[in-house]
Ligand binder design. Structure first.
Ligand SMILES: C[S@@+](CC[C@H](N)C(=O)[O-])C[C@H]1O[C@@H](n2cnc3c(N)ncnc32)[C@H](O)[C@@H]1O
Length: 240
């Protein structure tokens, strides 16, 4: 049996289904649409007023690289991007130069090829590092991160990347403007973030299912009234 099955999503872009995790790498709503509206648009919008010259992004995890590639395509003018992304599956990364990406990615095909071959790319404005290692270990060595795309498989099959211990490490590497974007609305995930002192928000766009945006400061996004929710449900978290 092959490890991956190609799946066409509703916006006509392709993703894969993993037989190992029995889940798709993207939602059926659209691989490109989900990447843009759930992660990249929000991340860049929340930090649009920062003065730092470089935006530092943690992409959890690299998978097909959509989050990284769409970030490159939407890089704010005059800002450098440094993207850090762990990924356990080396076979997948090596195969990406042959993946059927959206036509929008054609203009960065040289970058995709370099990352697929070398797990690394650098030019005047970009530095991309894909690390073939466990995300839990990798994140401990980072710092000063502006944006985390929290895009692991679901807690049901990829629980180690949704625990309170993992999110504590993530909090420790964020800077004061730091923001986490995720598709997950699971109560144990929100509870972990809430217990760690994050403020919880959700997406503005009606073009995709809404997820969770976690920030250490107030941001101009619809707030999740989690105190109200906690009057009705127990605050359980996933633990290591
Ligand atoms: C949902 S996919 C990521 C999709 C990706 N963001 C994209 O745009 O294609 C989750 C990825 O996490 C990787 N992964 C799962 N657990 C991991 C871990 N502990 N450390 C590093 N990578 C992990 C899987 O191999 C898979 O490629």
């Amino acid at each position: 049996m092959t490890k991956y099955k190609e799946v066409k999503t509703k916006d006509d872009t392709f993703t894969l289904k993993s037989s190992e995790y029995n889940e798709c790498y993207h939602s059926s709503e659209g691989a490109l649409k989900e990447t843009y509206y759930k992660h990249v648009e929000v991340g860049f919008d929340v930090i649009k007023d920062i003065e730092d010259e470089e935006i530092r992004i943690l992409d959890i995890c690299f998978g097909l690289g959509y989050n990284t590639f769409v970030s490159i395509l939407n890089r704010p003018k005059n800002k450098k991007l440094k993207i850090f992304s762990p990924e356990l599956d080396l076979e997948l990364i090596k195969s990406l130069k042959n993946f059927k990406y959206p036509k929008e990615f054609e203009k960065i095909s040289h970058i995709i090829e370099k990352i697929s071959d070398n797990l690394y790319y650098k030019d005047e404005f970009l530095e991309i590092e894909v690390a073939n290692m466990d995300a839990r270990k990798y994140v401990k060595n980072l710092n000063n991160i502006h944006i985390v795309y929290q895009d692991a498989f679901s807690p049901k099959v990829n629980r180690e990347l949704w625990t309170i211990e993992y999110f504590r490490d993530i909090k420790n590497i964020l800077n004061k403007n730091g923001v986490i974007t995720t598709y997950s609305v699971a109560t144990p995930v929100r509870c972990a973030l809430y217990n760690l002192g994050f403020k919880l928000f959700t997406h503005k766009s009606d073009l995709i299912r809404k997820g969770t945006i976690a920030s250490l400061k107030e941001i101009d996004y619809p707030k999740v009234d989690f105190e109200e929710k906690l009057k009705r449900v127990e605050c359980r978290v996933y633990e290591d």
